[in-house]
Write a protein of this length. Sequence first.
Length: 276
Amino acid sequence: MGVAVNGADLEWRERGSGDAILFIHGFPFNSAMWGAQLATLPPGWRGIAPDLRGFGASEAGQRDVYDMPRFADDMIVLLDRLGIERTVVCGLSMGGYIAFEMWRHHPDRIRALVLCDTRAGTDSPDAQRARRHLAERVTADGQQVVIDAMLPKLLAPATRKRRSDIASFVSAMIAETSRETIARTLIGMAIRPDSEPVLRTIDVPVLILFGEDDVITNRGHGEMLARGIRGARLELIPGAGHLPNLEQTEDFNHALNQFLVGLPRDSMSARAALRT
Ligand code: MLT
């Protein structure tokens, strides 16, 4: 499966039928990270997990920098191609940065948000420098540089101790991502717009899910999102780091699925269905 989106063929995984939920992966992973969520969605839900341009099976297209507005626009065009008017958006970390961009420009397309281990603010100048440095190193020396830099921080101590399969899975996703995509995306994240002012404009249901032991985006970032978004609920997942959907899959899926089944009926989607 693949569809032309803004000059690149994008691929995605899909399960189920009914109301849509779009899963946006983090950096530098791909749609495979959402396999266990797609497989256990409640009845009546259609899960869509794209590979962002350059990641997984999607084409890279022609662009120097993969910035968050570009990824967000790709997601909107993909929704158009799939005939989805409104969707729940679930984004993890960079996936959250992209979800904020989607909200900023197309709030009418979003029915609810699930924000996982992400943050709304920009990078500090030091963090921007570190990203540029990593981009240079990965270009020169390859993906192992990124695996070495990220893996120790990505997973909770409990995961690192007992789940070598998860560490291998995550390393493999990073190794599969081209140096060029990693470098372009690092620069794109470094220049991402400030989404803090966007928070107070969000008026759809929001669930915030964070691994309790996440050190990349910590509980403070989650609390800041919960304070900034009216009615948002923060849930911490014990025994998980930056990737709670992989590390504590059952707890993550339980929280996600409870949220989905509790959503009010989508009057806009219902109207669209009546029109077709
Ligand atoms: C991610 O998981 O997407 C990254 O940690 C995001 C980032 O580096 O800011």
